[in-house]
Design a protein around this ligand. Structure first.
Ligand code: C2O
Ligand code: CU
Ligand code: CU
Length: 483
C-alpha cells in the first residue's frame, strides 16, 4: 500500500521532474483528495483581488523606539468567496498586519492574548536577546499581556513574526498567527528598486477546508492541504501596471514547498532572500521556497501589452495541477512611468570569519512511512526543553553540516538568532538564490547542506528546528546555548 508520506516524498524527491510529470502519482492523489472532501478543489481561481495586510501604525514613537500593540484573537473572515471561516489573528487580520522597522531603531510589541490557548511570538530571522525570542516554552497565558523588545541591530531583512508555543505552534500558525516584519536600512533605501505601491509583500501558503468552509487542521496533513492562499485569499488576481514590481515572497505554509515560475516561462530577477538583499541580482525562471523561506523578486511587466494576464505557477505537489498548479494571476491593466532600476551590485555581505568548530546534524523522522505516532528527530533525539544539545562559545564561527538522510520526507533547517551562509549544497557551491544571508535552508530527501554561522551577538539559549512546523511540533527541534 502506498502511504501518504510515500506519495509526498516521491513528489518532492523528483527534483528534476515535477510531480505533474509523474503521471503515475496523479490517480493516487486524486483518490486521497476525494476522501478529503471536495471543497478545496472547488475554490474558484482569480475571483478575488490579492489583499494586502495593513501596515501597523505604532501606538507611540517616543523614547527613541516605536511601540505597537497587537491582540491575539479569534475572528471570522471571508477566505473562500462568500464563506466565513474562523481563524486566529493578530488584530483581526489574516495574515497579521505588516510591521515596518528600521535598523538602529528599537521596536516594542505589546501582545494581549485574547485566545483560549497559550501563545509565544517569535520574530523569525531576528537577532534578539533570549528573553524576547518567543521561545517555545516561554508562553503567555490566555488573558495575559506580553511585551517583546526588538533591538533591530542587524541589517535590513524581510523578517516575519509567528506563534511558537510548543506543541501549538503548528496549529496556531496554520490557523493564522503570522505576519510580516520588514526591516529596512540605509543600504536598502539608497537603491532605486521599485518602492511604495510597487513593493508588495505576498505570503503564500496552503490550507484545507471542509464542506462547511472550516479550516481543517490535522497533524502532518501534507496531502489534505490543497487550497493555495496568497495573503489569505485563494488564487487571487493582482492588477499591475506595465512596469517593474518588487514582490516580497514568504512561504508561510507549515509543510508545502513551492517551486514557482511565470506561466510564459519568462525570467524574473531575484534580489533578496531570508536575510535581505543578495550581493548581486540573479536572473532566473524558477524559484524554490520551502516553509519560512523568503525571496525578494522583481518582475518587469513592461514587456507585456496592457490586457495580458500572467499566472504565477507552482510546479510542485502534493495536489493536482488544477489544485496547486496556479498560485495567483497578474493582470496588466495600464501603463506607468518606471523610474526604478535593479543595480548590478546590491550589497556587500559581511566577511566570513574562519570557522573554529565543525558539527553535524541529522534531520530524520522516526518513521517515514506515515505511521501514526511518528516523531521528528535531530541527531536521533526528540525535543526536550530541559536539554541543551549544542554548547557554543560566544564569538565562534562554526560550520554545520546538516543532512536529511531520509528517502521520502523533505525537511528544512532553521536557526534562531543568526543569519548564516550556505557554503555547499550536496557538495557543490549553492546557486545564486542561496548566495546571500539565510536563516532557513531546504533539505530534500538525501540532501546535505554546509552552513557557516557566527555567534557573536547575544548569549543565551535558542532553538533550531525543522520549519515544517508539523515536524517541529512532532519533536524535530533542539536547543543551543551560546555562552
Ligand atoms: Cu520561524 Cu523557530 O521559527
Ligand atoms: Cu525563527
Ligand atoms: Cu521536517
Amino acid at each position: 500500500m502506498v502511504t501518504r508520506r510515500r506519495v509526498l516524498g516521491a513528489a518532492l524527491a523528483t527534483t528534476g521532474a515535477s510531480l505533474f510529470t509523474a503521471a503515475a502519482l496523479t490517480p493516487l492523489l486524486q483518490a486521497r483528495n476525494a476522501q478529503a472532501g471536495t471543497r478545496a478543489a472547488n475554490a474558484p481561481h482569480f475571483a478575488v483581488p490579492l489583499p494586502q495586510p495593513p501596515v501597523l501604525a505604532p501606538v507611540s514613537t517616543s523614547g527613541g523606539k516605536d511601540t505597537y500593540a497587537l491582540t491575539l484573537r479569534r475572528v471570522r473572515k471571508e477566505i473562500l468567496p462568500g464563506v466565513s471561516t474562523e481563524v486566529l489573528t493578530y488584530n483581526g487580520h489574516f495574515p497579521g498586519p505588516t510591521i515596518r522597522a528600521r535598523s538602529g531603531r528599537s521596536v516594542v510589541v505589546r501582545h494581549r492574548n485574547a485566545l483560549d490557548t497559550p501563545a509565544s511570538v517569535h520574530l523569525h530571522g531576528a537577532s534578539v536577546p533570549p528573553g524576547d525570542d518567543g521561545a517555545p516554552m516561554d508562553t503567555f497565558a490566555p488573558g495575559a499581556t506580553r511585551t517583546y523588545t526588538y533591538p533591530n541591530r542587524q541589517p535590513h531583512a524581510p523578517l516575519w513574526y509567528h506563534d511558537h508555543a510548543h506543541h501549538h505552534e503548528s496549529e496556531h500558525v496554520y490557523r493564522g498567527l503570522s505576519g510580516s516584519y520588514l526591516l529596512t536600512d540605509d543600504t536598502e533605501r539608497a537603491l532605486p528598486l521599485p518602492a511604495g505601491a510597487y513593493d508588495i509583500p505576498i505570503a503564500l501558503r496552503d490550507a484545507r477546508f471542509d464542506e462547511a468552509g472550516r479550516l481543517v487542521y490535522e497533524m502532518d496533513d501534507a496531502l489534505g492541504r490543497t487550497t493555495l492562499l496568497a495573503n489569505g485569499r485563494p488564487y487571487p488576481y493582482l492588477e499591475v501596471a506595465a512596469r517593474k514590481y518588487r514582490f516580497r515572497l514568504l512561504n508561510s505554509s507549515n509543510l508545502r514547498f513551492f517551486r514557482l515560475r511565470l506561466a510564459d516561462g519568462s525570467t524574473f530577477t531575484q534580489i533578496g532572500s531570508d536575510g535581505g538583499l543578495l550581493p548581486a541580482p540573479a536572473t532566473t525562471d524558477e524559484l524554490w521556497l520551502s516553509p519560512a523561506e523568503r525571496a525578494d523578486i522583481v518582475v518587469d511587466f513592461s514587456r507585456y501589452p496592457v490586457g495580458t494576464r500572467l499566472v504565477l505557477e507552482n510546479t510542485l505537489g502534493p495536489g493536482s495541477p488544477d489544485q496547486v498548479g496556479q498560485v495567483l494571476r497578474f493582470d496588466v491593466v495600464r501603463t506607468a512611468a518606471d523610474p526604478s532600476r535593479v543595480p548590478s551590485v546590491l550589497r556587500t555581505l559581511p566577511p566570513l570569519p574562519a570557522a573554529s568548530v565543525e558539527r553535524s546534524f541529522e534531520m530524520r523522522m522516526s518513521d517515514e512511512s506515515g505511521a501514526p505516532g511518528a516523531q521528528g528527530l535531530i541527531n536521533g533525539k526528540v525535543f526536550d526543553h530541559d536539554r541543551i544539545d549544542t554548547h557554543i562559545r560566544h564569538g565562534a564561527g562554526e560550520i554545520w553540516t546538516v543532512t536529511n538522510p531520509g528517502t521520502l520526507v523533505p525537511h528544512n533547517f532553521h536557526l534562531h538568532l543568526v543569519q548564516f551562509r550556505v557554503l555547499e549544497r550536496n557538495g557543490q557551491a549553492p546557486d545564486t538564490s542561496e548566495s546571500g544571508l539565510k536563516d532557513t535552508v531546504r533539505l530534500l530527501p538525501g540532501e546535505t547542506v554546509r552552513l557557516h554561522a557566527t555567534f557573536d551577538t547575544y548569549r543565551g539559549t535558542y532553538v533550531y528546528h525543522c520549519h515544517l512546523l508539523d515536524h517541529s511540533a512532532m519533536g524535530m527541534m533542539a536547543q543551543m546555548r551560546i555562552s
